[in-house]
Design a protein around this ligand. Structure first.
Ligand SMILES: *Cc1c(COP(=O)(O)O)cnc(C)c1O
Length: 494
């Protein structure tokens, strides 16, 4: 490990000069003072360099290519950050009355309308704080819809086996049971299995379009028809909307409800666990059940020069609140700024380029890497991280080796139904030179796998820390930069 800030500590050195006291002094109660805080004594510059260097250890989209499949790690335009930090937005108290929050309410109302429009739906709610919470909102709405009609037999949700792990988890959290559907050899839902599962106990189906295999479900209209035919509702996991903006409207395909990941499709720094927004959009049947509060027009404008009066309300049969206040409002501002900047034509170009970039990388890697679903992909594609005759090399080794080149690894071992899966999503914000550089590295790694596999199995070689036990590193976080005391070592099993 490199030198720590403690190694730089010099007794008596201070990093701050406090102003002269201009009030009467008094002693702090002794029992509130801790004398076991062994803090380093360093200058301001040392502290600044310490934290700046630490921050540079992390990979981020602002630092390098980040093709993490399913996560849409696109570049976040800084103007969206500026907008979210405007004092009128950032410092607005969530308990301000409607009169004092007209600007924020207008923004929410407009964004709800855009999100409904983009996906071809009737209404939207911005409340859910993440994609997974949007899923929960959607399934709770489906449950409430059936309950409202007095139909209590519908307890099952159909979920394809290629689904994101949050999908079956959501179904269980909503108190319904999962029926897993197999995929066919093209990566589409097995229609025979689907039709066999459709009966009057089906509450609905959750499907990701394009799927997490990176392909657009070819029989989507048949799938929707089968589920609607047995009285179920259709949920679309819209985390992959980056492939569809301005091209496909899920509501027009027949879906009843969808969640967006505003923090994926409409940019926002994400990956560290939030804040996010899993806005839900719904068709006519489910609008009364939307989670609230949602922004609405309380009083129409009196003339064209006037603005209407905005307010908040709970929809008539709302599933309720899922989050304090109105959700993560800063996210609404970022998504608003993003959509506003691109406009309708620009959003379509976003998706066209996302799809083009993924297909470009896929075609260049084809032949060297195995493509389990060898067809035109959407905004991402899945490949296999293994080579014939090289037993020792796995997807994880390819990912670790990529880090030596300053590239964030793709998503590993997901989707679960692909051996040694590597899910690659370049996004539209990368140029051809970056994509070519990535492909060249991937091709080099493929040769290394055959010629010198230990280069891969021992990677990474140039990162600040080597290969971690990722599960333990997450479960037993060690945040101290100094060697651990003995007791901690025995606990960590070192
Ligand atoms: C990211 C993702 C989710 C979950 O979204 P979170 O915001 O992380 O909760 C769900 N489904 C798919 C397909 C995703 O890619």
């Amino acid at each position: 490990m490199t030198e720590t800030i403690y190694d730089k500590s010099v007794p008596g050195r201070v990093g701050v000069v406090l102003p002269k006291v201009d009030v009467p002094t008094s002693d702090l109660p002794a029992d509130l003072l801790r004398d076991d805080l062994d803090l380093p004594e360093v200058s301001e510059l040392q502290v600044v360099r310490h934290f700046t260097n630490l921050s540079a250890f992390n990979h981020s989209i602002d630092k390098g290519f980040y093709p993490l499949g399913s996560c849409t790690m696109k570049y976040n335009p800084k103007i969206n950050e500026d907008a979210a930090r405007l004092p009128g937005f950032a410092q607005l108290h969530p308990l301000s009355d409607d009169d004092g929050s007209q600007g924020a309410l207008a923004l929410m109302h407009t964004l709800q309308g855009w999100l409904a429009e983009i996906a071809g739906f009737k209404g939207a709610s911005l409340v859910p704080a993440a994609g997974a919470q949007g899923e929960l909102a959607g399934i709770l709405m489906i449950r409430a819809y059936h309950a409202d009609r007095g139909d209590s037999r519908r307890t099952k949700i159909l979920v394809p086996n290629s689904a994101h792990g949050t999908n079956p988890a959501t179904v269980s959290m909503a108190g319904l049971s999962v029926v897993e559907l197999p995929s066919d050899e093209n990566g589409d839902v097995d229609l025979i299995a689907l039709r066999a599962a459709c009966d009057d106990t089906v509450a609905g189906m959750m499907i990701t379009v394009p799927s997490t295999l990176g392909v657009f479900e070819e029989h989507i209209l048949d799938v929707i028809e089968a589920v609607h035919g047995c009285g179920g509702l259709m949920y679309m996991d819209g985390a992959n909307m980056n492939a569809l903006l301005g091209i496909v409207k899920p509501g027009e395909l027949g879906f009843d409800v969808m969640h967006y990941n505003l923090h994926k499709t409409f940019s926002t720094p994400h990956g560290g666990g939030g804040p996010g927004c899993g806005a839900v959009a719904v068709g006519e049947k489910l609008t009364p059940f939307l989670p609230g509060p949602i922004a609405m027009i309380a009083e129409e404008a009196e003339s064209e020069e006037d603005a209407p009066l905005y307010g908040l309300r709970m929809p008539a049969k709302s599933i309720g609140r899922l989050k304090a206040f109105q959700g993560n409002f800063g996210m609404h501002v970022r998504a608003y700024a993003y959509i506003r900047t691109y406009g309708a034509a620009g959003l379509r170009e976003v998706s066209r380029h996302a799809v083009l970039n993924a297909n470009y990388v896929r075609s260049r890697l084809r032949g060297v890497y195995t493509m389990p679903y060898d067809r035109i992909c959407a905004h991402e594609f899945v490949t296999e991280g293994r080579f014939e005759g090289v037993e020792s090399v796995h997807a994880l080794d390819i990912s670790k080796r990529l880090m030596d080149f300053g590239i964030h690894p793709p998503t590993n071992y997901f989707p679960l139904i692909v051996h040694e899966a590597l899910l690659i999503e370049p996004t539209e914000t990368e140029d051809k030179a970056t994509l070519d550089a990535f492909v060249d590295v991937m091709l080099q790694i493929a040769s290394e796998a055959k010629e010198n596999p230990t280069l891969l199995t021992e990677a990474p070689h140039v990162t600040p820390v080597g290969r971690l036990d990722e599960v333990r590193a997450a479960k037993e976080l060690v945040l101290c930069c100094r060697p651990l005391p003995d007791w901690a070592h025995t606990q960590a099993g070192d």
